[in-house]
Design a protein around this ligand. Sequence first.
Ligand code: TTP
Ligand code: MG
Length: 582
Amino acid sequence: MKNLFIFMKPYKKQIILGPIFKLLEAIFELLIPTIMVLITDKGIKSGDTIYIFKVGGLMAFMAILGVSASFTCQYFASIAAQGFGTRLRNGLFEKIQSFSFYEIDEFGTASLINRITNDINQLQLALAMFIRLAIRVPFLCTGGVIMAMFLDLKLSSIMLLSLPLFLFALYLIMSKSTPLYGLVQKKLDKLALVLRENLTGIRVIRAFGMETYEKKRFDNSNEDLLNTAISVGKIVNVMNPVTNLIMNASLIAILWFGAIRVNNGALTQGKIIAYINYTTLVLSALIIVANLVIIFTKAGASLKRVNEVLMTESTMKDITNYKEVKSENAPIIEFDNVSFMYKGAGDYSLQDISFKIKKGQTIGIIGSTGAGKTSIINLIPRFYDAVKGKVIIKGLDVKKYKKEELRNMIGVVQQKPVLFTGTIKDNIRWGLENASEEQIEKAAKIAQAHKFIESMKEGYDTVIFHGGVNFSGGQKQRLTIARALVKNPEILILDDCSSALDFATDLELRKALKNNTKDMTVIMVTQRITTIKNADMIIVLNDGKIEGVGTNDELMESCVVYKEIYNSQLQKEDEDEKEDVI
Ligand code: TTP
Ligand code: MG
């Protein structure tokens, strides 16, 4: 909760003044029935028209003041609630940005999206309601009861009796519905997940003709949400009929006993009208309380979810007492007995990995799918932390670097190319904010992207649509390579990023990389022997373990797994050649 106050702080004025204005309105509202007594008992009885107009005018004046106070409060409530929501969304977004992949994996993207939108909306609504009603309603209730007691103490016992009844009903309903609201939000997360998967994978779904299956999955998830929402609805919707029942039963009792007291002459006609007005005021305020309780219970569930994000500290904190002790002579990258497991996975994805890479070397990492290649390179820019052992860059543990400094040294081209909405130029500039046109073009040339970019009508200003859908797989790969190259990083990591390129382009790419990355340490992850055959060092991975480290020739001598991969691919190439001849 303390977390949330920080986001409300700039709106202190509105949050304090808003309820005060609403209180003013409530005071006028409370006074009006008593003034009515004056009109009925004094004005109407004695037929004093001037008196009626005078008091009536006063009532109208008070009504105008009341409405203006109410407007002011509404205005403050909107500013505070919208402002608070915006700040909280920004805060949450910033927090999520600080998360490592661990935390993001744990919450799940769909849930994070829901928390930053839906849950914050609930909190925003709750704050607006708080400003508008939280002070006014209790004031109207107690004020109404007191005013009614002044009018007729005996009759007030009916009202006082109905209150505990009402509170008891409220308690019952709340205690049953509160746990269900958290569940509704969870089901909403599930639905968002299904929807997200469906929309991002729509092409695959169409290709496999899985529309019916997907529709069923969505229907199930939707129905699940519906059922939970209905069970909450069933409980909560008892609230209004019950409060109405209590209210109307009290009114009947008051009219019944009131009429007897009027007949006895113990109560005037004006007073009974005012009395009924107060009872309605108090009981309708209680109905508002009931609705407020629903809003606050919902907000409570959302508050918990938002707080969970705010309270989660990234497992990868930036060090504060930063001292540069890296050494240029040490190996540029060293894995010292590293083991790694993804959160929730039962098994290690990497085990006892040790190797050293010297500055300027070209390294190949090869292994079958699922061998752990991507996992290894994820540890270098500290996307994840090793569970055991150390990842050392220039003699310094990656955990001792400032994340920004570490990542500035490294250019990563990920296995799945991700581009953002904007022009080609904008996307390449992600690598280097103020890259000149020449630098961009040079990077694109090395990445073998220049030709196809040039052939487009808009060239480097061609707009990339959401998710890069207007580019082919190979084109996207080359654009992401250019993006990493423009940064001119010390370490360049290419994760299987020529997989969608034809052999000729792949060859051109490797040649260009070789000629233009002399001082760069390049790590190429691949499944193709030809890509890394000439590398200075090749790391062979199998099932999360290192099978061999060395040059092509060394590995052909000593590493069975490498030899198998080599032979299987070489044989295939021979066969391909034969087919070509035929
Ligand atoms: P990867 O490191 O992704 O394997 P890879 O890169 O060698 O495979 P590919 O050639 O297909 O790209 O995966 C190693 C193991 O870790 C695998 O069992 C899946 C698991 N894993 C996770 O559990 N979570 C993750 O986020 C990733 C990337 C992998
Ligand atoms: Mg991979």
